[in-house]
Ligand binder design. Structure first.
Ligand SMILES: CC(C)(COP(=O)(O)OP(=O)(O)OC[C@H]1O[C@@H](n2cnc3c(N)ncnc32)[C@H](O)[C@@H]1OP(=O)(O)O)[C@@H](O)C(=O)NCCC(=O)NCCS
Length: 122
């Protein structure tokens, strides 16, 4: 987990939240999610899972925590940036609401609309 990224997303501040998963009986960070308020009703979410720990449900878990916090704070729109080929990130977000995306070179800007409520059972 790159220390510059960890420092950037865990810097305390108003409207800034982060959640981490550490290896049992260690301080090794395996996954980290953050939510930054961008305005009264928007926020930016990011999730990073260490390569060896991907596809075990950590990203889904941390994303759910971040989206729950966003809903509690009255956020209506959550933004995320990912690689343009990362369809699974879009699918993870789409379990929480409608997602629109915009390609920006190798990156995709994803926009999650929380106004429709949670998608139960997905
Ligand atoms: C995106 C990311 C956070 C997912 O974390 P994860 O812990 O691997 O995700 P999960 O194990 O909860 O899996 C979530 C879903 O994505 C799928 N998935 C995860 N990695 C995948 C991959 N490399 N290729 C295809 N599907 C993948 C899983 O199969 C799962 O689908 P399912 O729920 O239908 O079974 C992780 O791959 C990552 O850190 N990527 C780099 C950073 C990034 O792009 N973050 C997203 C921007 S917010």
């Amino acid at each position: 987990m790159p220390s510059a990224y960890v420092d950037a997303v865990t810097t305390p501040g108003r409207g800034r939240w982060s959640w981490g998963v550490v290896r049992p009986r260690s301080t090794e960070l395996l996954a980290l999610a953050s939510l930054f308020a961008g305005g009264p009703s928007t926020a930016e979410v990011s999730v990073l899972v260490a390569d060896d720990w991907q596809r075990r449900g950590l990203g889904t878990l941390l994303l759910a925590l971040a989206i729950g916090r966003a809903r509690d704070d009255g956020v209506r729109t959550v933004h995320a940036t990912t690689l343009s080929g990362s369809g699974h990130t879009r699918r993870m977000l789409a379990r929480h609401g409608e997602v629109t995306s915009r390609l920006d070179g190798p990156a995709a800007s994803l926009c999650l609309d929380l106004t429709g409520g949670a998608k139960v059972g997905q």
